[in-house]
Design a protein around this ligand. Structure first.
Ligand code: ADE
Length: 259
């Protein structure tokens, strides 16, 4: 997977991606990260890439030409083949989720366009952008953090990036369920014991426990995910029991507050 990032802050990208698992993947050549400074494509004395918005209003707008020149350079001199997806990070985009990451992980190259100030001239967006993506309903100062969130998520789905191939599949959101809780040594910490089944070495019981814990956790923390989950009848009964318990606890809490 080759990531190409159009940005005014290339070091934000290279520094963050150079750490931890993504850093290792870069060293191994499993992923590449090319952070390209849009300012290098300005054609004026002071390398300015922004200007006042037509019609007035607060803030500055990034100009179309340096963004377009930057894109053309990446496409024609680095990727050298047409059809590469260009992702513009914006709170107005489709909200990023694990399925989108899975789909994007199949691409060989991805271009991310990070905006700053009050945005980018609409004409260049219309010309080059294929996907508008938001990472959630809140407004950040620029597109770099969202691009990093996306690249980190996509990277760990690229074969060879995680040393344990199965771990990308068995965690939160696979099957629309959250991951079960994890424990490590010591077996007793501050008087709290690890669930005994984890020490039993009984494979079948372990699998059953993992699955049950995933269902309970999802019912408690993210019941909205269950809409797409495929559960057995017994598991649905468990969901209803958990939800009844949660409702009873909420009720007791609000009675406590009122008294
Ligand atoms: N730029 C500013 N806020 C953003 C968000 N929530 N998602 C993607 N890009 C953004």
């Amino acid at each position: 997977m080759n990531f190409h990032v159009m940005t005014l802050f290339p070091e934000m990208i290279t520094n963050a991606m150079g750490e931890s698992i993504t850093g290792r993947a870069i060293k191994a050549g499993t992923i590449t990260v090319d952070a390209v400074n849009i300012r290098d494509y300005a054609q004026n004395k002071h390398n300015r890439v922004d200007d006042y918005p037509y019609g007035g209003g607060a803030g500055m707008v990034m100009q179309a030409e340096p963004v377009y020149r930057c894109y053309e350079d990446i496409l024609h001199n680095k990727i050298k083949k047409p059809g590469t997806r260009v992702i513009y990070l914006s709170p107005q985009g489709k909200v990023f989720h694990q399925d989108m990451a899975k789909e994007l992980a199949k691409e060989e190259d991805l271009i991310f366009l990070c905006g700053h100030y009050e945005g980018i001239d609409e004409r260049v967006l219309e010309k080059i952008v294929t996907d508008y993506v938001s990472i959630g309903d809140y407004v950040l100062t620029g597109g770099e953090l969202p691009a990093l969130v996306m690249m980190d998520t996509i990277s760990r789905l690229v074969p060879g990036v995680l040393n344990n191939e199965t771990s990308a599949e068995t965690e939160s959101f696979s099957d629309s369920l959250l991951e079960y809780p994890q424990y490590t040594r010591p077996a007793v910490w501050q008087g709290e014991e690890v669930p005994p089944v984890l020490l039993s070495g009984h494979h079948k019981n372990l699998e059953k426990w993992y699955r049950t814990q995933s269902v309970i956790r999802t019912a408690k923390r993210r019941p909205d995910l269950l809409e797409h989950a495929v559960l057995t009848e017994e598991e649905w009964e468990l969901v209803h029991r958990v939800q009844q318990e949660e409702a009873a606890e909420d009720c007791a809490d609000s009675e406590k507050k009122e008294s």
